[in-house]
Write a protein that binds this ligand. Structure first.
Ligand SMILES: [Zn+2]
Length: 219
C-alpha cells in the first residue's frame, strides 16, 4: 500500500505500477489506482476497503507480475530470462518505436512535451499525440503497448532524455569512425555568449574521404 499525505488517500502499489494497458479498471480496482481510497471508516471492514481490494481480480492480476519482478530482483536475473519470447518481441517492437519517435522529433526540432501529458488529452504534446495516432493505425504496436507494464512505458521526460543521449552517442561514434578513416581532417570551434551570459561553444569537424569529398559534422 502507498499513502499520499497531500491527498490523504491510499493507493495500491502493484495495481498502480504493474497493470497492463489492456486491463480495465472498475470498482475497488479503480479507486486504489485513481483517485485514491479515502473511505477510512470502512477501510478495515471484512470484504470492503483493503480486504475487498485484496480479493479483487484486477489486484490479483497485478500482484503476480509484481512478485515475479521482486523474485527477479532478488536473484539478479536479467529481464531476458524472466520474460517469454513473445513478450520480448513485443517489448522490442514497442521500445524501437519509442526510440525512433524520439529520433524523429529531435531531427525535426519538435518539442516533445505538452502541458497535459496524458494520452488522449488536447495538449499532450507531440510525443504522446503521435503515439496515440500511430497506435490507432498500427495493430502490432497497439498490442505491444497494451502488454507493457505501467512502470516501464518509456514515455517520461527522463526516458526521452536518455534515448536522446543514446542516439547522440551512436551518431558521435559514426562521425568518429568516419574521421578516423579519412585521409585529412581539421577541427573548428567557435563560441558565443547566450542570453544567460554563459559561453556556448560549438565544435565542428571537417574531413576528406577517400574520394576527396569534404564532409562537415557538427559535434
Ligand atoms: Zn491492488
Amino acid at each position: 500500500m502507498e499513502y499520499s499525505v497531500k491527498r490523504d488517500a491510499a493507493y495500491c502499489f502493484c495495481c498502480r505500477w504493474f497493470r497492463s494497458g489492456n486491463q480495465s479498471l472498475g470498482g475497488l480496482g479503480n479507486v486504489f489506482v485513481q483517485p485514491g481510497y479515502k473511505n477510512w471508516q470502512k477501510a478495515t471492514q471484512p470484504g470492503r476497503g483493503l480486504d475487498g481490494h485484496d480479493r479483487f481480480a484486477f489486484h490479483t492480476a497485478c500482484f503476480h507480475p509484481w512478485k515475479l519482478w521482486q523474485e527477479g530482483q532478488l536473484k539478479s536475473k536479467s529481464v531476458l530470462h524472466q520474460l517469454s519470447h513473445s513478450q520480448l518481441e513485443r517489448n522490442r517492437v514497442y521500445l524501437s518505436y519509442v526510440a525512433n519517435l524520439v529520433r524523429f522529433l529531435v531531427i525535426h526540432e519538435k518539442p516533445m512535451r505538452g502541458t497535459d501529458e496524458v494520452i488522449g488529452r488536447d495538449n499532450s504534446g507531440f510525443f504522446l499525440a503521435m503515439m496515440e495516432r500511430d497506435m490507432a493505425n498500427n495493430t502490432e504496436l497497439r498490442h505491444a503497448a497494451d502488454s507493457i507494464p505501467k512502470h516501464c512505458t518509456y514515455t517520461s521526460p527522463e526516458a526521452q532524455n536518455e534515448l536522446i543521449s543514446i542516439w547522440f552517442e551512436l551518431l558521435q561514434s559514426v562521425i568518429v569512425k568516419r574521421v578516423n578513416e579519412s585521409s585529412r581532417y581539421c577541427v573548428m570551434a567557435d563560441e558565443t555568449r547566450n542570453k544567460n551570459n554563459v559561453e556556448d561553444m560549438c565544435v565542428c569537424v571537417r574531413c576528406i574521404d577517400n574520394m576527396f569529398v569534404a564532409h562537415e559534422y557538427l559535434l
